[in-house]
Design a protein around this ligand. Structure first.
Ligand code: MN
Length: 136
């Protein structure tokens, strides 16, 4: 299971996502605006970030660009969340450095699949039959 940073300014969306992800065994950390999200990407060392793109103070595109330009945080997968299902929004999220994209309202099972896939890539599980050797 993964530590997930949820950057979302809408209280209902943030609480609902956090509750559902926690129920599935994940640990969640939350942030309510861009600067808080940026700070917590460093202090909570998340395995993955769920990034609402429309955020107060600093939007999700800017937070993503900053994280992806810093070698210390560039490897953290980011899933963009946006209410706009426009093709250009997806393109601009990916251009900013997001690894994946989900439109709101979120299809929760599909989001879980993406989280599993992206966090598995970041931290490969040991092969079956091998001893306890793991990459740190
Ligand atoms: Mn928002």
């Amino acid at each position: 299971m993964a530590t997930l940073l949820i950057v979302e300014d809408n209280d209902l969306n943030r609480d609902m996502l956090s509750r559902r992800l926690t129920r599935r065994g994940h640990t969640t950390v939350v942030a309510r605006d861009g600067p808080e999200g940026l700070a917590k990407a460093y202090t909570s060392a998340p395995d993955l970030i769920l990034m609402d793109m429309s955020l107060p103070v600093m939007d999700g595109w800017e937070v993503t660009r900053r994280l992806k330009h810093d070698p210390a945080t560039a490897a953290i997968p980011i899933v963009a969340l946006t209410a706009h299902a426009m093709a250009e929004d997806k393109a601009s999220a990916l251009l900013a450095g997001c690894d994946e994209f989900e439109t709101k309202p979120v299809d929760f099972e599909r989001l879980l699949d993406k989280i599993d896939r992206l966090t598995a890539r970041a931290a490969p599980a040991p092969l079956a039959g091998t001893s306890r050797q793991r990459t740190p």
